[in-house]
Design a protein around this ligand. Structure first.
Ligand code: ADP
Length: 279
């Protein structure tokens, strides 16, 4: 089978406590079995660690709506790129190639794969006051070069993608990897997007791992539960569904068979509702 809907996009988070070895092994087994998967990864935790070590502690921006993002000045972007497009991307490609996957690592900058729009004025809440930040090197992906990915997939190669993205006028920007994965899944016409991280899914109570919301049938409930960085995942899931992806699962990257479990619906499941006209 070689239809577009057979493509799966899997995003593995870069949070603390994710054990990459078992999930990459499972990934490699699936590729060997003929599945076409595009891998996207993050690197937030390692970026924080390296930033501290380089004497440039991470800073965050909180939007008036409560969304948290990384304050990205030029130095931060350089550290971010070292970790995402360098250390982690090459480690993942190295591991996958050792496991027999013809993995090709690309950042969104390479080949202009992820075209982004830079935020020129970010409203942020600082000490209870709303301020406007104008020099941040961050934004969001607005266009994905799906032809480059189809070229690789068609040749039996496996793309391993990571931020940064690049603006039309050639400025590298920090983008959220979950939302970039959602844009990628939409552009590829993927049937499924998995957003796997260090939590079992969207939790009704973030402190209680047993409070998993299994089905995102009540969007308001899910949005209200998601705090901090989980907000970006929920937004990404909703954007992917709006972009034509059939199913999105926010699930765990840890434990045996994490990919298979997420594919079978373990986690928070978002599904496209197909409206039947005249039904
Ligand atoms: P990654 O970088 O691995 O993609 P993030 O750290 O960005 O993952 O997002 C997952 C984090 O979101 C969790 O570790 C948790 O701290 C936080 N979070 C906030 N609200 C929730 C919620 N309702 N359910 C689950 N996690 C939540």
């Amino acid at each position: 089978m070689n239809t577009a809907s057979s493509i799966t996009v899997i995003k593995i988070g870069g949070g603390e406590g994710i054990d990459l070895a078992p999930i990459l092994e499972e990934f490699a087994q699936r590729i060997a079995g003929g599945e076409r998967i595009v891998l996207v990864h993050g690197g937030s935790h390692e970026t924080n660690v390296l930033s501290e070590r380089l004497g440039c502690p991470p800073r965050t921006i909180t939007s008036p709506g409560g969304q948290v993002s990384r304050r990205t000045d030029r130095q931060t972007l350089d550290i971010f790129t070292m970790v995402y497009a360098g250390r982690i991307n090459k480690r993942v490609v190295e591991d996958l190639r050792r496991l027999g996957v013809d993995a090709v690592g690309l950042s969104g900058v390479d080949g202009g794969l992820w075209t982004g729009e830079r935020k020129t004025a970010i409203r942020a809440v600082e000490n209870g006051r709303t301020v406007v930040i104008r020099d941040d090197l961050s934004g969001k992906v607005v266009d994905v070069d799906a032809s480059l990915l189809h070229l690789l997939l068609g040749a039996g190669r496996t793309p391993v993608l990571t931020p940064p993205a690049i603006t039309r006028d050639g400025v590298a920007i920090n983008v959220d990897a979950d939302r970039a994965a959602a844009m990628t899944a939409s552009a590829l016409g993927a049937g499924t997007l998995l957003l796997l991280s260090n939590v079992p899914g969207v939790l009704a109570d973030p402190a209680d791992p047993a409070s998993l919301i299994g089905r995102a049938s009540d969007p308001e409930l899910v949005r209200a539960a998601a705090k901090g960085r989980m907000k970006n995942k929920v937004l990404a899931a909703e954007e992917a569904i709006a972009g034509g992806v059939g199913r999105v699962v926010i699930g765990s990257a840890n434990g045996a068979g994490a990919i298979g479990r997420a594919l079978s619906g373990e986690g928070t499941v978002f599904e496209r509702i197909t409206e039947r006209v005249g039904a």
